[in-house]
Unconditional design. Structure first.
Length: 64
C-alpha cells in the first residue's frame, strides 16, 4: 500500500518504521529534514513538501 506519513516525532517515526518493515511503500515528511533521514535509509521515500507525502492510498498525520 502506498502510504504518506507526516510528522516524525517519537510515535510517528516508530509507526512509519513498522510500515516500512511490513513492506509498505511509505513517503515521509517532517518539517525538520533530519528526522526523515533514518526512515529514508530504511527504504522510505522523502517528501520535500507536505503535498508530496499526500499522494498515496492513505495518509497518516502525527501532529505535535
Amino acid at each position: 500500500m502506498k502510504t504518506g506519513f507526516i510528522g516524525l516525532g517519537r510515535m510517528g517515526s516508530a509507526m512509519a518504521t513498522n510500515l516500512i518493515k511490513a513492506g509498505h511503500d511509505v513517503t515521509v515528511f517532517n518539517r525538520s529534514p533530519e528526522k526523515r533521514e533514518p526512515l529514508v535509509k530504511l527504504g522510505a521515500h522523502e517528501a520535500a513538501h507536505v503535498s508530496d507525502a499526500s499522494r498515496g492510498e492513505a495518509v497518516i498525520t502525527m501532529p505535535r
